[in-house]
Design a protein around this ligand. Structure first.
Ligand code: ZN
Ligand code: ZN
Length: 356
């Protein structure tokens, strides 16, 4: 905060608050806000009726409950004191920021991303363990998919999505974040919403799923994996396109490491797909950081020349999407170590045929 000339951080809904305090604000109209001055003690301003949800951490923050007739903006404003620059969480409701601006016209605002983003991007050993636990869970579910243990043919995309969701919860996550199931031509849409379309024999089924799993302090870390299967025999064209994708993803996994620019990992996957003539059909970045959020720093994208550092965790997920035909994406989560980048998801990466 001192380096960024920020006098006070104001954290409400969104991932910064639980990451720092272990407490996740309820996304409701009553204001919850952790006030963190650059020097001095932190205070959690929280509605009285939600105090029971807070696990007290006297070593980290004081608790300042407010009742139904209190003005929480005035309470926060008082705690902000003589600060001149406040960094506010990006997800804070606009209403609260506007009210704070009215209450404190002398205060200038920036976002916490410049202060907290770089800290969250570098995982400590406990965070890497939490990411590994979440990754191992979805890795196992991907294995079940590839083993034909999750019925596909005759079910709708939505039914398979719900099935994946149940498995994500049964296996230790406390929240399902997404379970994309895209069959046949729908797999050519990277962020397809599962529908009532019934899965048929001999087509591609793309599954991209993840959730949030709480660590021992109750802070949730995310998982994310994509695997594709074919319900029967792949066509020659499917086999050819998948082989290119698999090579690209492998190059991306092996390109990472401390000191390597994030965009170099993107270039590693993209150059292979470009050279094979499919560059036009890989229309998204190679990956994203992952932690308490599914998508966070560092982004693996052209233009991000920042070097990766030990403790970064990110996805490598190139795709090739052929309109009206099919699409493929292959995604693993990487952690930067002293000796390179290690994949913490490791389910079979070849195109598996399932008879289910
Ligand atoms: Zn992802
Ligand atoms: Zn994904």
């Amino acid at each position: 905060m001192a380096t960024q000339q920020v006098d006070v951080c104001l954290l409400s809904v969104g991932p910064d608050l639980p990451w720092l305090s272990g407490y996740e604000a309820m996304p409701l109209e009553r204001l919850t806000m952790l006030v963190v001055p650059v020097d001095g003690d932190a205070t959690l301003v929280v509605p009285s009726l939600e105090v029971a949800r807070v696990v007290p951490r006297d070593d980290l923050f004081a608790i300042r409950p407010w009742g139904e007739t209190d003005d929480p903006i005035a309470i926060v404003s008082g705690l902000v004191g003589a600060a001149q620059t406040a960094a506010i969480g990006e997800r804070t409701w606009a209403r609260f920021l506007v009210e704070l601006q009215h209450a404190r016209p002398d205060l200038s605002f920036t976002t916490t991303s410049s202060v907290i983003g770089p800290l969250r991007a570098v995982k400590d050993a406990a965070e890497v363990l939490a990411l590994r636990a979440a990754a191992a869970s979805v890795d196992q579910i991907a294995g079940q998919l590839q083993a034909g243990e999750i019925p596909l043919i005759g079910r709708t995309e939505a039914e398979v999505s719900a099935d994946l969701g149940r498995r994500i919860l049964a296996d230790g996550h406390h929240r399902v974040n997404f379970a994309i199931v895209a069959a046949g031509e729908n797999a050519a849409s990277p962020h397809h919403e599962p529908t009532s379309r019934v899965i048929r024999p001999n087509e591609v089924v793309l599954c991209d799923f993840g959730g949030t799993m709480a660590d021992e302090n109750g802070i949730g870390y995310c998982s994310d994996i994509t695997r594709c299967v074919v319900t029967g025999e792949p066509t020659t064209r499917m086999t050819e396109v998948y082989e290119i994708l698999e090579r690209a993803e492998s190059a991306g996994r092996h390109a990472g490491g401390a000191g390597v620019a994030a965009e170099a990992v993107d270039a590693a996957t993209r150059s292979i797909i470009d050279a094979a003539g499919y560059g036009e059909w890989f229309m998204h970045r190679t990956g994203h950081g992952i932690g308490v959020e599914e998508h966070e720093d560092p982004y693996i994208v052209i233009g991000n020349s920042a070097p990766l550092v030990v403790g970064n965790a990110y996805s490598v997920e190139p795709g090739i999407y052929l309109p009206n035909e099919f699409g493929f994406r292959l995604e693993d989560i990487m952690v930067v170590t002293e000796s390179g980048a290690e994949s913490i998801t490791n389910a079979e990466r070849s195109l598996v045929s399932v008879e289910a």
